[in-house]
Design a protein. Sequence first.
Length: 354
Amino acid sequence: MKKAENIILGISIGDLNGIGSEVVLKTFEDNRMLELCTPVIFANVKLVSFIKKTFELNAVIHGIDKLDQLVLGKINVINTWREPVEVNYGKSNDEIGKYAIKSFQAATKALKEGAIDVLVTAPISKYNIQSEEFKFPGHTDYLSKEFGQEALMLMVSDNLRVGLLTDHIPVTDVAKHLTEKLITQKVEVLHKSLIQDFSINKPKIAVLGLNPHAGDNGVIGKEDDEVIKPTVKKLFDKGMMVFGPYSADGFFGSGQYEKFDGILAAYHDQGLIPFKTLSFGNGVNYSAGLPKIRTSPDHGTAFEIAGKGEADNTSFKEAVYLAIDVYNSRNEYLEISKKPLKIQEKQLLTKKGE
Protein backbone atom coordinates (compact mmCIF):
# COMPACT_ATOMS: atom_id res chain seq x y z
CA MET A 1 0.00 0.00 0.00
CA LYS A 2 1.21 3.50 -0.80
CA LYS A 3 2.36 5.85 1.92
CA ALA A 4 -0.20 8.58 2.57
CA GLU A 5 1.79 11.40 0.99
CA ASN A 6 2.35 9.28 -2.12
CA ILE A 7 -1.37 9.09 -2.95
CA ILE A 8 -1.66 11.22 -6.09
CA LEU A 9 -4.88 13.21 -5.95
CA GLY A 10 -5.96 14.71 -9.26
CA ILE A 11 -8.15 17.83 -9.26
CA SER A 12 -10.18 19.18 -12.16
CA ILE A 13 -10.43 22.95 -11.80
CA GLY A 14 -14.16 23.31 -12.53
CA ASP A 15 -15.78 26.53 -13.75
CA LEU A 16 -13.11 29.23 -13.40
CA ASN A 17 -15.76 31.92 -12.95
CA GLY A 18 -17.17 30.08 -9.93
CA ILE A 19 -15.77 29.28 -6.49
CA GLY A 20 -13.99 26.03 -7.48
CA SER A 21 -10.45 27.38 -7.81
CA GLU A 22 -10.85 29.34 -4.57
CA VAL A 23 -11.92 26.32 -2.48
CA VAL A 24 -9.20 24.15 -4.04
CA LEU A 25 -6.41 26.57 -3.09
CA LYS A 26 -7.89 27.29 0.33
CA THR A 27 -7.92 23.55 1.03
CA PHE A 28 -4.26 23.03 0.22
CA GLU A 29 -3.09 26.29 1.74
CA ASP A 30 -3.09 24.19 4.91
CA ASN A 31 0.23 22.32 4.67
CA ARG A 32 -1.13 19.48 6.80
CA MET A 33 -3.21 18.41 3.80
CA LEU A 34 0.02 17.70 1.93
CA GLU A 35 0.84 15.04 4.51
CA LEU A 36 -2.25 13.11 3.35
CA CYS A 37 -1.72 13.26 -0.41
CA THR A 38 0.03 14.99 -3.29
CA PRO A 39 -2.43 17.16 -5.26
CA VAL A 40 -2.23 17.70 -9.03
CA ILE A 41 -4.42 20.49 -10.41
CA PHE A 42 -5.27 20.18 -14.11
CA ALA A 43 -5.23 23.79 -15.32
CA ASN A 44 -2.49 26.32 -16.14
CA VAL A 45 0.20 27.38 -13.69
CA LYS A 46 0.12 31.09 -14.63
CA LEU A 47 -3.64 31.17 -14.22
CA VAL A 48 -3.55 29.38 -10.86
CA SER A 49 -0.83 31.78 -9.69
CA PHE A 50 -3.08 34.71 -10.68
CA ILE A 51 -6.01 33.19 -8.75
CA LYS A 52 -3.80 32.63 -5.72
CA LYS A 53 -2.78 36.30 -5.72
CA THR A 54 -6.39 37.41 -6.18
CA PHE A 55 -7.41 35.74 -2.93
CA GLU A 56 -4.09 36.51 -1.17
CA LEU A 57 -3.49 32.85 -0.37
CA ASN A 58 -0.19 31.41 0.85
CA ALA A 59 -0.37 28.15 -1.12
CA VAL A 60 2.96 27.40 -2.81
CA ILE A 61 2.39 25.88 -6.26
CA HIS A 62 4.74 23.90 -8.48
CA GLY A 63 4.22 24.01 -12.25
CA ILE A 64 4.75 20.90 -14.39
CA ASP A 65 4.19 19.91 -18.01
CA LYS A 66 4.05 16.13 -17.51
CA LEU A 67 2.80 14.01 -14.64
CA ASP A 68 6.16 12.28 -14.25
CA GLN A 69 7.57 15.67 -13.22
CA LEU A 70 5.36 16.04 -10.14
CA VAL A 71 6.95 16.58 -6.74
CA LEU A 72 5.54 14.64 -3.82
CA GLY A 73 4.25 16.78 -0.97
CA LYS A 74 3.82 19.86 -3.18
CA ILE A 75 0.79 21.48 -4.86
CA ASN A 76 1.43 20.53 -8.47
CA VAL A 77 -0.28 22.34 -11.36
CA ILE A 78 -0.02 20.58 -14.69
CA ASN A 79 -0.29 22.83 -17.74
CA THR A 80 -3.37 21.41 -19.41
CA TRP A 81 -3.48 24.41 -21.77
CA ARG A 82 -1.04 27.21 -22.59
CA GLU A 83 -3.14 30.11 -23.84
CA PRO A 84 -4.29 32.89 -21.48
CA VAL A 85 -7.83 32.64 -20.10
CA GLU A 86 -9.84 35.64 -18.94
CA VAL A 87 -11.62 35.08 -15.64
CA ASN A 88 -14.81 37.02 -14.89
CA TYR A 89 -16.07 35.83 -11.52
CA GLY A 90 -19.79 35.31 -11.23
CA LYS A 91 -20.44 35.12 -14.99
CA SER A 92 -21.55 32.00 -16.86
CA ASN A 93 -19.48 31.80 -20.03
CA ASP A 94 -19.40 29.12 -22.75
CA GLU A 95 -15.68 29.64 -23.34
CA ILE A 96 -14.93 29.09 -19.66
CA GLY A 97 -17.11 25.98 -19.84
CA LYS A 98 -14.75 24.57 -22.49
CA TYR A 99 -11.77 24.92 -20.13
CA ALA A 100 -13.70 23.25 -17.30
CA ILE A 101 -14.25 20.25 -19.56
CA LYS A 102 -10.68 20.32 -20.88
CA SER A 103 -9.45 20.05 -17.30
CA PHE A 104 -11.97 17.31 -16.42
CA GLN A 105 -11.24 15.20 -19.50
CA ALA A 106 -7.46 15.44 -18.99
CA ALA A 107 -7.87 14.42 -15.33
CA THR A 108 -10.18 11.53 -16.28
CA LYS A 109 -7.62 10.29 -18.82
CA ALA A 110 -4.92 10.36 -16.14
CA LEU A 111 -7.24 8.50 -13.75
CA LYS A 112 -7.96 5.79 -16.34
CA GLU A 113 -4.26 5.37 -17.07
CA GLY A 114 -3.33 5.15 -13.38
CA ALA A 115 -1.21 8.31 -13.46
CA ILE A 116 -3.31 9.63 -10.57
CA ASP A 117 -4.86 7.51 -7.83
CA VAL A 118 -8.09 9.41 -7.19
CA LEU A 119 -9.96 12.35 -8.70
CA VAL A 120 -11.73 15.25 -6.96
CA THR A 121 -13.77 17.47 -9.27
CA ALA A 122 -14.47 21.14 -8.58
CA PRO A 123 -17.99 22.32 -9.54
CA ILE A 124 -18.97 22.93 -13.16
CA SER A 125 -21.95 24.69 -14.71
CA LYS A 126 -24.21 22.18 -16.45
CA TYR A 127 -25.32 24.95 -18.83
CA ASN A 128 -22.05 26.16 -20.31
CA ILE A 129 -20.28 22.80 -20.64
CA GLN A 130 -22.54 21.52 -23.41
CA SER A 131 -20.96 21.23 -26.88
CA GLU A 132 -20.71 18.86 -29.85
CA GLU A 133 -17.81 17.12 -28.07
CA PHE A 134 -19.43 17.01 -24.61
CA LYS A 135 -23.12 16.14 -24.37
CA PHE A 136 -23.46 14.94 -20.79
CA PRO A 137 -25.53 16.35 -17.90
CA GLY A 138 -22.47 16.32 -15.67
CA HIS A 139 -19.41 14.53 -14.31
CA THR A 140 -21.08 11.26 -13.33
CA ASP A 141 -22.59 10.47 -16.73
CA TYR A 142 -19.28 11.11 -18.52
CA LEU A 143 -17.36 8.92 -16.08
CA SER A 144 -19.90 6.10 -16.55
CA LYS A 145 -19.32 6.24 -20.29
CA GLU A 146 -15.53 6.42 -20.02
CA PHE A 147 -15.27 3.47 -17.63
CA GLY A 148 -18.03 1.44 -19.24
CA GLN A 149 -19.82 0.98 -15.90
CA GLU A 150 -22.94 2.66 -14.56
CA ALA A 151 -22.02 4.91 -11.65
CA LEU A 152 -24.27 5.50 -8.67
CA MET A 153 -24.48 9.09 -7.45
CA LEU A 154 -23.95 8.68 -3.71
CA MET A 155 -24.10 11.63 -1.32
CA VAL A 156 -22.00 11.08 1.80
CA SER A 157 -21.73 12.88 5.13
CA ASP A 158 -20.32 10.84 8.02
CA ASN A 159 -22.67 7.84 8.35
CA LEU A 160 -25.39 9.30 6.12
CA ARG A 161 -25.15 7.88 2.58
CA VAL A 162 -27.93 8.66 0.11
CA GLY A 163 -27.88 7.23 -3.40
CA LEU A 164 -30.28 7.84 -6.29
CA LEU A 165 -32.21 5.31 -8.36
CA THR A 166 -32.68 8.03 -10.98
CA ASP A 167 -30.70 11.26 -11.03
CA HIS A 168 -30.67 13.94 -13.73
CA ILE A 169 -33.96 13.23 -15.48
CA PRO A 170 -37.28 15.15 -15.44
CA VAL A 171 -39.69 14.21 -12.65
CA THR A 172 -42.29 13.29 -15.30
CA ASP A 173 -39.98 10.49 -16.50
CA VAL A 174 -39.08 8.98 -13.12
CA ALA A 175 -41.88 6.36 -12.89
CA LYS A 176 -41.13 4.77 -16.26
CA HIS A 177 -37.42 4.48 -15.39
CA LEU A 178 -38.08 2.58 -12.14
CA THR A 179 -37.77 -1.00 -13.35
CA GLU A 180 -36.75 -4.19 -11.55
CA LYS A 181 -33.52 -4.17 -13.56
CA LEU A 182 -32.60 -0.60 -12.56
CA ILE A 183 -33.43 -1.08 -8.88
CA THR A 184 -31.49 -4.35 -8.74
CA GLN A 185 -28.46 -2.80 -10.41
CA LYS A 186 -28.41 0.24 -8.11
CA VAL A 187 -28.88 -1.83 -4.94
CA GLU A 188 -26.07 -4.18 -5.98
CA VAL A 189 -23.72 -1.26 -6.69
CA LEU A 190 -24.51 0.36 -3.34
CA HIS A 191 -24.17 -2.96 -1.48
CA LYS A 192 -20.74 -3.63 -2.99
CA SER A 193 -19.58 -0.07 -2.40
CA LEU A 194 -20.58 -0.14 1.27
CA ILE A 195 -18.49 -3.28 1.73
CA GLN A 196 -15.34 -2.42 -0.24
CA ASP A 197 -15.33 1.39 -0.02
CA PHE A 198 -16.73 1.97 3.48
CA SER A 199 -15.62 -1.27 5.22
CA ILE A 200 -19.15 -2.27 6.30
CA ASN A 201 -19.32 -6.08 6.38
CA LYS A 202 -23.10 -6.55 6.35
CA PRO A 203 -24.61 -3.31 5.07
CA LYS A 204 -28.23 -2.47 5.78
CA ILE A 205 -29.94 -0.62 2.90
CA ALA A 206 -33.27 1.25 2.76
CA VAL A 207 -35.16 1.91 -0.49
CA LEU A 208 -37.56 4.85 -0.52
CA GLY A 209 -40.93 4.69 -2.24
CA LEU A 210 -41.82 6.74 -5.30
CA ASN A 211 -45.27 7.96 -4.30
CA PRO A 212 -46.52 9.75 -1.16
CA HIS A 213 -46.77 7.28 1.73
CA ALA A 214 -45.05 4.70 -0.53
CA GLY A 215 -48.31 4.40 -2.46
CA ASP A 216 -50.59 3.67 0.52
CA ASN A 217 -51.09 0.05 -0.60
CA GLY A 218 -51.89 1.09 -4.16
CA VAL A 219 -54.24 3.96 -3.34
CA ILE A 220 -51.67 6.58 -4.51
CA GLY A 221 -50.00 4.94 -7.52
CA LYS A 222 -49.07 1.35 -8.28
CA GLU A 223 -45.26 1.57 -8.69
CA ASP A 224 -44.38 0.96 -5.03
CA ASP A 225 -46.46 -2.23 -4.73
CA GLU A 226 -45.91 -3.57 -8.24
CA VAL A 227 -42.25 -2.70 -8.90
CA ILE A 228 -40.26 -1.58 -5.85
CA LYS A 229 -41.65 -3.90 -3.16
CA PRO A 230 -41.27 -7.21 -5.11
CA THR A 231 -37.78 -6.22 -6.30
CA VAL A 232 -36.67 -5.44 -2.74
CA LYS A 233 -38.05 -8.80 -1.59
CA LYS A 234 -36.09 -10.66 -4.31
CA LEU A 235 -32.88 -8.94 -3.27
CA PHE A 236 -33.58 -9.67 0.42
CA ASP A 237 -34.19 -13.33 -0.43
CA LYS A 238 -30.76 -13.38 -2.15
CA GLY A 239 -29.17 -12.48 1.18
CA MET A 240 -28.90 -8.70 1.03
CA MET A 241 -30.11 -6.67 4.01
CA VAL A 242 -32.33 -4.43 1.90
CA PHE A 243 -35.69 -3.08 3.06
CA GLY A 244 -38.52 -0.91 1.76
CA PRO A 245 -40.18 0.88 0.20
CA TYR A 246 -40.34 3.54 2.92
CA SER A 247 -42.33 6.75 2.80
CA ALA A 248 -39.66 9.43 2.38
CA ASP A 249 -41.17 12.10 4.63
CA GLY A 250 -41.58 9.90 7.69
CA PHE A 251 -38.29 8.12 7.02
CA PHE A 252 -36.22 11.26 7.45
CA GLY A 253 -38.56 13.14 9.77
CA SER A 254 -38.55 10.37 12.38
CA GLY A 255 -34.79 9.80 12.22
CA GLN A 256 -35.27 6.29 10.84
CA TYR A 257 -32.47 6.98 8.34
CA GLU A 258 -29.97 6.65 11.19
CA LYS A 259 -30.63 2.88 11.34
CA PHE A 260 -29.29 2.25 7.82
CA ASP A 261 -25.83 2.21 6.24
CA GLY A 262 -27.13 3.32 2.86
CA ILE A 263 -30.35 4.77 1.43
CA LEU A 264 -31.64 4.76 -2.14
CA ALA A 265 -34.05 7.54 -3.09
CA ALA A 266 -36.34 7.18 -6.10
CA TYR A 267 -35.38 10.51 -7.66
CA HIS A 268 -33.01 13.47 -7.31
CA ASP A 269 -34.85 15.89 -5.03
CA GLN A 270 -36.34 13.15 -2.85
CA GLY A 271 -32.81 12.24 -1.79
CA LEU A 272 -30.91 15.50 -2.02
CA ILE A 273 -33.35 17.80 -0.23
CA PRO A 274 -33.16 15.88 3.08
CA PHE A 275 -29.45 15.17 2.58
CA LYS A 276 -28.55 18.82 2.09
CA THR A 277 -30.90 19.92 4.85
CA LEU A 278 -29.07 17.63 7.25
CA SER A 279 -25.51 18.21 6.06
CA PHE A 280 -25.16 21.10 3.59
CA GLY A 281 -21.63 22.37 3.34
CA ASN A 282 -20.16 19.16 4.76
CA GLY A 283 -21.40 16.59 2.24
CA VAL A 284 -19.59 14.86 -0.60
CA ASN A 285 -20.79 13.54 -3.95
CA TYR A 286 -19.16 10.13 -4.57
CA SER A 287 -19.40 8.17 -7.83
CA ALA A 288 -19.89 4.65 -6.48
CA GLY A 289 -19.59 1.61 -8.72
CA LEU A 290 -16.63 2.73 -10.83
CA PRO A 291 -13.25 0.98 -10.92
CA LYS A 292 -11.62 4.31 -10.00
CA ILE A 293 -12.43 6.82 -7.26
CA ARG A 294 -14.04 10.21 -7.88
CA THR A 295 -15.50 12.63 -5.34
CA SER A 296 -16.83 16.18 -5.49
CA PRO A 297 -18.14 18.81 -3.04
CA ASP A 298 -21.91 18.90 -2.50
CA HIS A 299 -22.31 22.46 -3.84
CA GLY A 300 -22.27 24.12 -7.25
CA THR A 301 -20.37 27.01 -8.81
CA ALA A 302 -21.95 29.60 -6.46
CA PHE A 303 -21.56 32.42 -8.99
CA GLU A 304 -23.26 34.81 -6.54
CA ILE A 305 -20.24 34.82 -4.19
CA ALA A 306 -17.46 33.97 -6.67
CA GLY A 307 -14.44 36.24 -6.53
CA LYS A 308 -15.37 37.72 -3.14
CA GLY A 309 -13.18 35.44 -1.03
CA GLU A 310 -16.23 34.25 0.90
CA ALA A 311 -16.35 30.62 -0.27
CA ASP A 312 -16.27 27.92 2.41
CA ASN A 313 -13.93 25.09 1.45
CA THR A 314 -15.25 22.58 4.02
CA SER A 315 -17.12 20.43 1.50
CA PHE A 316 -14.16 20.32 -0.89
CA LYS A 317 -11.85 19.33 1.96
CA GLU A 318 -14.32 16.59 2.94
CA ALA A 319 -14.26 15.40 -0.69
CA VAL A 320 -10.48 15.07 -0.46
CA TYR A 321 -10.73 13.17 2.84
CA LEU A 322 -13.35 10.78 1.44
CA ALA A 323 -11.35 10.07 -1.73
CA ILE A 324 -8.34 9.12 0.39
CA ASP A 325 -10.43 7.04 2.82
CA VAL A 326 -12.10 5.11 0.00
CA TYR A 327 -8.73 4.54 -1.69
CA ASN A 328 -7.34 3.04 1.51
CA SER A 329 -10.50 0.99 2.18
CA ARG A 330 -10.42 -0.48 -1.32
CA ASN A 331 -6.78 -1.44 -1.00
CA GLU A 332 -7.45 -3.14 2.34
CA TYR A 333 -10.48 -4.93 0.88
CA LEU A 334 -8.43 -6.19 -2.08
CA GLU A 335 -5.66 -7.36 0.22
CA ILE A 336 -8.12 -9.26 2.42
CA SER A 337 -9.80 -10.76 -0.65
CA LYS A 338 -6.48 -12.05 -1.96
CA LYS A 339 -5.21 -13.42 1.36
CA PRO A 340 -8.25 -14.17 3.54
CA LEU A 341 -6.58 -16.95 5.56
CA LYS A 342 -3.47 -14.92 6.31
CA ILE A 343 -5.59 -11.99 7.45
CA GLN A 344 -7.63 -14.26 9.75
CA GLU A 345 -4.45 -15.78 11.21
CA LYS A 346 -3.07 -12.29 11.84
CA GLN A 347 -6.28 -11.22 13.58
CA LEU A 348 -6.25 -14.34 15.79
CA LEU A 349 -2.62 -13.77 16.78
CA THR A 350 -3.39 -10.14 17.61
CA LYS A 351 -6.29 -11.18 19.86
CA LYS A 352 -4.14 -13.78 21.65
CA GLY A 353 -1.47 -11.18 22.30
CA GLU A 354 -3.90 -8.70 23.86
